[in-house]
Write a protein that binds this ligand. Structure first.
Ligand code: A3P
Length: 291
């Protein structure tokens, strides 16, 4: 089946969205979470796949007979409704594995309420705005299911204005951050920390999830989720996803902190920092743009 032309952005409950994430809205909002579900929540391009694969290896790495399936099938995308795939909600409803690992990019205020009612564990991953914007730009270039990105300068302006699929980065990271202050079942991870010391963040993840893998097991997971290893792994690198054109840009692109320096001009960087400072004025949340 061929994909229709690139989708358009529109306002949806105050958040920019495309129809691929809103067409199934009633079913998404009525989604029935189970108490042992683990939700992986992120703004797009913050390290969703990395954490998804870590969790997949921790829970199913050795035992699951169906291990050889792409990560986007193993960790279904809750709100997705796109012609080439079965709806995320339907896949999740039919999933019998436990725990279910669930991916979402929804901002905190749009999350279906049953996740709160069931008190599910939620792993949120955040990435500094500059690298996040760069990664999103390249993703939108190569992904036919995303709106046309246009040139970098306009794209950056749109990013600052929050006119991205799933809305404003600022609202997303701060919204989940504020929620975490009163909700103990949210682990808030930073992409930069994961790059700096994957083993340490793996320990934090395990302690949050109540897992105690052996040192050997942990090392096996750590090795399996390194950037170069994942990039070569067709089950983790999205190479089997029909909407992505890897000749434009690979999904596993650079995996670095600070690649923004190769994209931002000095003027863009200054304007961005200024804008960021204003928007982050009322939060304690801080990011590192280099490590
Ligand atoms: P870059 O485009 O900067 O390379 P998501 O999974 O949320 O879409 O995020 C994708 C980003 O995470 C990409 O960033 C990708 O390369 C990076 N990434 C994925 N796996 C990674 C890993 N094992 N180590 C470091 N970065 C990783």
């Amino acid at each position: 089946m061929e994909l229709p032309p690139r989708p358009k952005l529109f306002d949806f409950h105050g958040v920019s969205m495309t129809n691929y994430f809103t067409d199934n809205w009633d079913n998404v909002q009525n989604f029935q979470a189970r108490p042992d579900d683990i939700l992986i929540a992120t703004y797009p391009k913050a390290g969703t796949t990395w954490v998804s694969y870590i969790l997949d290896l921790l829970y199913f790495g050795q035992t699951d007979p169906e291990h050889q399936r792409p990560i986007f099938e193993k960790v279904p995308f809750l709100e997705l409704l796109i012609p080439l795939y079965p709806p995320g909600v339907e896949v999740l409803d039919n999933l019998t594995t436990s725990p279910r690992l669930i991916k979402t990019h929804l901002p905190v205020q749009l999350l279906p309420k049953s996740f709160w009612e069931q008190n599910c564990r939620i792993v949120y991953v955040a990435r500094n705005a500059k690298d996040n914007a760069v990664s999103y730009f390249h993703f939108d270039r190569m992904n036919q299911a995303e709106p046309e990105p246009g040139d970098w300068n306009n794209y950056l302006q749109r990013f600052m204005d929050g006119k991205m699929v799933f809305g404003s980065w600022f609202n997303h990271v701060t919204g989940w951050w504020e929620k975490k202050q009163t909700h103990s079942k949210i682990l808030y991870l930073f992409y930069e920390d994961m790059v700096e010391d994957t083993g340490r963040e793996l320990d934090r993840l395990c302690s949050f999830l109540g897992l105690s893998p052996s040192a050997e097991e942990k090392e096996r997971v750590r090795g399996g989720v390194q950037f170069d290893t994942m990039k070569k792994n067709s089950m983790a690198n999205y190479s089997t996803d029909p909407v992505m054109d890897f000749t434009i840009s690979p999904f596993m692109r650079k995996g670095k902190v600070g690649d923004w320096k190769n994209h931002f001009t000095v003027a863009q960087s200054e304007q961005f920092d200024e804008d960021c400072k204003k928007k982050m004025e009322n939060t304690q949340l801080r990011f590192r743009t280099t490590i």
